[in-house]
Each structure stands twice: as structure tokens, then as C-alpha cells.
Design a protein around this ligand. Structure first.
Ligand SMILES: [Zn+2]
Length: 253
């Protein structure tokens, strides 16, 4: 059920299922061929596909998130950290106020991972009467391993492009892809230390590997595995009575 498409009475009745998915992605360049909203679009589609198999509320996707590496090209909209944390908290508070005490923050953007780790801790520091669950972006790494033909992947790559080609081919501009294989261009070695420059320096085109190896068939296989596991996770979360109880027990606010 899509929150934005139903009446207030439908929202209230779906709250009995307890679980609401908030898909989150971003607006950022995805090389030459994928839309800027790619990650939010994927997370939203996956949430809706899972919701067809297991009753769950799905919020509109959050396009406004954390995109610091990617602003050297047009297309990115990045929220400041001190805006994003209270924004996410505010959205979760409102979802919970509507009766959903289990919220799945379904992230589709790798650049959000670090800020969501902070948000996870931030929530427990603030003391909430609801639980937020943070699944990894991919629940089917084994399938990725089986179908992958390119060694380098991670952004606008064979994997991500395959998923987009399956879910929204009309938004993919495959004819704009240049030929060639794109390896990391990082020309300094400070490992194992990391810097804020690592992503820019490695992949200034926001592109990795060779998306010519992508196909809708690969995207379908990954999506089917992802949905199967997402549904299994939602069912576990529905049954879960421990997380919120332990949060209440251990919170010191
Ligand atoms: Zn992406």
C-alpha cells in the first residue's frame, strides 16, 4: 500500500500491520546513462514489489539525502548533515505517530550508508518509542557474484545498470555510454587510511567498470532474489517483539 495513494482511513487500517517502509535514495549523477534519482527509484520499486507479497505501508521515496561526493558534476542535491539528521528523525516520528512502530529505512544509495549509521545511533540517543530497521542495500550478494562479468562494480556499473534496465528501461540512455572499461583513477596511495576524496579521485565520472555488460535479464534475476529476501525480512520484523522491548529497557533518556 502506498501512503500517498490511499485515504486516511486506509493509512489507519494498514497501521495494524505495524510496518512502514521508507525508501531512501538521492539525487546525484549516475554516469551518462542513468537518471539522477536512480537509487530512490530502485528502493521505491523494490519496496512496492515486496508490498505486493506482504502487506506493508510504503512511504514516497526520500530523494533528498547525502551526496557530498558527486557535486563536481551537475545533478546532485545534498542535504547538510545538520539538516538531514533532524529531517529523517522528523519523518520517522511522524510515521510512528500514525501508528507504525516498526520502520524499515530501505536505502538504495551507498553514499547514505555512513550518515544512516550515525542516524541509527542518533535514534537510540534520542529515545524513541518505535524501532527503525536498517537493511543493507543488497540482500543478494551471492546472486551478484554469480552473474557479474566485470571485476569492478559499485556505481552506474554492470550491476546497478542491470537493475535499472529491468525496473525502468525508459529512463536508461544506453546509447550515451562510452566504450571502454573504467578502473579507479586514484593516483595516490595512503592506504589503509581513507580520505574524503577517495570516491572523487577514483571515479570522477561516477562510473565503474563496463555497463555494456548490463542486461534487464540480470536485473530481473537480482530483483527476484532481492524481493524474496526482503519479504522474508519484513516477515521477521513483523514477528519481532524483542527489539523495541530491549530499546525501552536499555534506553537511558
Ligand atoms: Zn546509484
Amino acid at each position: 500500500m502506498e501512503w500517498a495513494h490511499v485515504t486516511y482511513e486506509d493509512v489507519a487500517s494498514m497501521a495494524k500491520e505495524e510496518v512502514c517502509i521508507i525508501p531512501i535514495g538521492c539525487l546525484e549523477p549516475h554516469a551518462w546513462h542513468l537518471p539522477t534519482g536512480n537509487d530512490a527509484l530502485i528502493a521505491h520499486r523494490w519496496a512496492l514489489m515486496a508490498a505486493e507479497l506482504e502487506p506493508v505501508m510504503v512511504l514516497p521515496p526520500l530523494y533528498y539525502a547525502y551526496v557530498k561526493p558527486g557535486r563536481h558534476l551537475p545533478g546532485a542535491i545534498s542535504l547538510e548533515t545538520d539538516v538531514l539528521l533532524p529531517f529523517l528523525e522528523n519523518v520517522c516520528d511522524e510515521v510512528a505517530r500514525n501508528g507504525f512502530e516498526k520502520i524499515i529505512l530501505l536505502n538504495g544509495h551507498g553514499g547514505n550508508t555512513a550518515i544512516l549509521d550515525v542516524f541509527r545511533q542518533h535514534l537510540s540517543d534520542r529515545g524513541k518509542d518505535y524501532a527503525v530497521y536498517f537493511p543493507p542495500i543488497f540482500l543478494m550478494d551471492d546472486v551478484i557474484g554469480e552473474i557479474r562479468e566485470t571485476a569492478d562494480w559499485g556505481h552506474a556499473c554492470e550491476i546497478e545498470t542491470s537493475i535499472s534496465l529491468y525496473l525502468f528501461p525508459e529512463l536508461c540512455k544506453m546509447d550515451r555510454l562510452p566504450e571502454g572499461y573504467f578502473r579507479s583513477k586514484k593516483d595516490f596511495d595512503i592506504g589503509p587510511a581513507k580520505t574524503s576524496l577517495d570516491w572523487f579521485a577514483s571515479h570522477p565520472e561516477t562510473y565503474i567498470g563496463d555497463a555494456h555488460k548490463a542486461s534487464a535479464e540480470k536485473g530481473q534475476r537480482m530483483t527476484e532474489a532481492q524481493i524474496e529476501r526482503l519479504v522474508a525480512m519484513i516477515r521477521k520484523i513483523k514477528k519481532d517483539e524483542k527489539v523495541l522491548a530491549k530499546m525501552r529497557e536499555y534506553q537511558t533518556f
